[in-house]
Design a protein around this ligand. Structure first.
Ligand code: KG4
Ligand code: ZN
Length: 353
């Protein structure tokens, strides 16, 4: 059984072909990072145009690399939301066209479900497990009980973790994307700033918040700049302090979620960590310690499957297809599409749930 997957919900244009034996036959990804870098963030209009320009050739190249023709496919899957709607429409329209022309089933995949199930593609993780999803657009903790059965334990009430890294990097005069730049700078720190706030620490819920930490960092930066002591060494110490504060906060929220999940779901198999921020070594270390203390294996899919990619979309589509579930060609792309529709609504400045 082989499925073509298409991802175009943010700033990565991607195609992949995956089979039901967890093999990625081929995958191609075009990162639009250079298109968005001048703006210091993803510009939806620019992204949609870039997806339109690159997606067709990228799919053709993926098919060639896998030595597969459209007739060989069992189904075509595309991210149908949530995400920047212009890009989502490009991917969904392409998938529907291929499905219609070649008489194949179409699978509308929830991008978050792609992240949620990626650890089953990489590591065959059995249900149920706890997922921490930390990226530029998402920040949530979910119990993954089965295909299509997700329970959200918590999410950010303002910025996503990656967004916080990106904003902090901007404040510190570091490059975009901010996460890798902060991690690089932090490695050279000699005296990390230790007294930045750890948002939400010890709270009984499993939500995240980063805006207070960002404000604290901004105030520190302004004071230090006024005093004329904001050189590279100080920036490195601030970067390390910020990184540690995020790691402490996310680790605390995850620890809380393990306890909460275990109250109702027996037999959690693992803590799965996904999303671009999962690349951060300090965060990984903090999470590994939490998992270890909870006697829970930690699974982090390889980075190419952790960040936005099409293999996870093909795989999530396949998991549904194996259960006999497909979608009709009138499925409408969705800018918002929560995995757990029953989760309580969150309030905050820029809720990313
Ligand atoms: O999953 P991803 O590639 O795209 C989505 O947002 O969906 O995540 C990108 C985010 C960016 O905000 C970036 O700054 C952050 O992940 N990131 C990191 C690191 N690498 C990427 N954050 C902290 N440390 C890193 N090493
Ligand atoms: Zn994503």
């Amino acid at each position: 059984m082989i499925v073509l997957g298409i991802e175009s919900s943010c700033d990565e244009t991607a195609a992949a072909i995956v089979d039901d034996r967890r093999q990625v036959l081929a995958e191609r990804l075009f990162s639009q990072l250079d298109d968005h870098r001048p703006y210091g963030g993803v510009v939806p209009e620019v992204a949609a145009r870039a997806h339109l320009e690159h997606l067709g050739p990228l799919i053709a190249e993926t098919m060639r690399a896998a030595n597969v023709g459209f007739a060989d496919l069992d189904a075509v899957a595309a991210t149908a939301g949530p995400g920047l709607i212009g890009g989502v429409i490009v991917g969904v329209t392409m998938a529907k066209a291929i499905a219609a022309v070649h008489g194949k089933p179409f699978l509308a995949v929830n991008h978050l479900e792609g992240h949620a199930l990626s650890a089953r593609l990489s590591d065959d993780v059995p249900f149920p497990y706890l997922l921490l999803l930390v990226s530029g657009g998402h920040c949530q903790l979910l119990v993954v009980e089965d295909v299509g059965v997700y329970r959200r334990l918590g999410a950010t009430i303002d910025d996503a973790a990656g967004e916080a890294f990106d904003k902090a990097a901007k404040l510190l005069g570091l490059a975009y994307p901010g996460g890798p730049a902060i991690e690089r700078a932090a490695k050279t720190a000699t005296a990390p700033i230790a007294d930045l706030p750890r948002p939400m620490l010890g709270r009984p819920d499993c939500n995240f918040s980063f805006s207070g930490l960002k404000t604290a960092l901004r105030q520190r930066v302004e004071t230090l700049r006024k005093d004329g002591v904001l050189g590279a060494a100080t920036v490195a110490n601030l970067a390390a302090g910020f990184e540690q504060a995020v790691a402490d906060s996310v680790a605390d929220r995850t620890k809380r979620a393990i306890t909460t999940a275990r109250e109702t779901v027996p037999g959690l198999s693992a803590l799965v960590v996904a999303g671009g921020v999962a690349a951060n070594q300090r965060l990984r270390g903090a999470l590994a310690a939490v998992a270890d203390r909870a006697h829970l294996p930690m699974v982090a899919p390889p980075i190419r499957l952790c960040t936005d990619n099409a293999a996870m979309i093909a795989w999530a589509g396949l998991e549904h297809f194996k259960r006999g579930q497909t979608d009709t060609l009138d499925f409408a792309p969705r800018p918002r599409w929560p995995l757990d529709a029953d989760a309580p609504a969150l309030r905050g400045a820029g809720v990313k749930a």
